[in-house]
Design a protein around this ligand. Structure first.
Ligand code: HEM
Length: 162
């Protein structure tokens, strides 16, 4: 790859929606199992898994093709932003094999082991989903208006070149 295209807002926006959806599905799936609605739990958790897989594909595509955006905030918020970003990335990466094992155990019908592992995997996954959306808001939405893109019409949101 010779050079990266300038950044765009399409992928970060899509990624953030996928992250937020995963978080909502995880909470729904947790509620379902607490009601002992196992079939609903299975469907909703697999939807969370699918949405997170789509996020990962889109995230990797974006970072391989577009320049990253630098965080503009200064003062106390800066270390807060980097704490959120770094814990988000480390926990997302570290959780992946455990998510796969959680799903594997469920499909094998090893529910006691599934539940034991899920008690750790689930909160970490929720944290990763919420912080993913937070990072998006801190990087693109809650910024100094003078640094903001002049307009965010639909064409601006679409990827330009590769
Ligand atoms: C990665 C996706 C999944 C996550 C994060 C997840 C998470 C959880 C959690 C948090 C619990 C409750 C643990 C507790 O007792 O506190 C649970 C229980 C359970 N899950 Fe999942 N789950 C996932 C996928 C699945 C799938 C695909 C199935 C079915 C094939 C399934 C079937 C069950 C069953 C039957 C229980 C009840 C276990 C018991 O209490 O004996 N789960 N899961």
């Amino acid at each position: 790859m010779d050079s990266l295209a300038p950044t765009n807002f399409f992928f970060p926006t899509v990624n953030s929606i996928l992250n937020g959806s995963a978080g909502l599905l995880l909470i729904w799936g947790w509620w379902a199992i607490k009601q002992d609605r196992r079939d609903l739990h299975k469907k909703v958790m697999l939807a969370a898994f699918g949405v997170s897989a789509a996020f990962l594909a889109s995230y990797l595509y974006y970072h391989f093709h577009y320049a990253s955006v630098r965080y503009q905030g200064s003062g106390w918020i800066r270390p807060v932003y980097f704490f959120i970003l770094i814990t988000h990335i480390i926990l997302a990466t570290a959780n992946l094999p455990f998510i796969l094992r959680t799903v594997f155990l469920a499909f094998k019908g090893r529910y006691a082991e599934h539940a034991r592992l899920a008690r750790w995997v689930w909160p970490v996954w929720v944290y990763v989903s919420i912080t993913g959306v937070l990072v998006y808001f801190m990087l693109y939405i809650w910024i100094d208006p003078s640094l903001q893109q002049p307009s965010l019409s639909i064409p601006d949101l679409l990827p330009k070149g590769t």
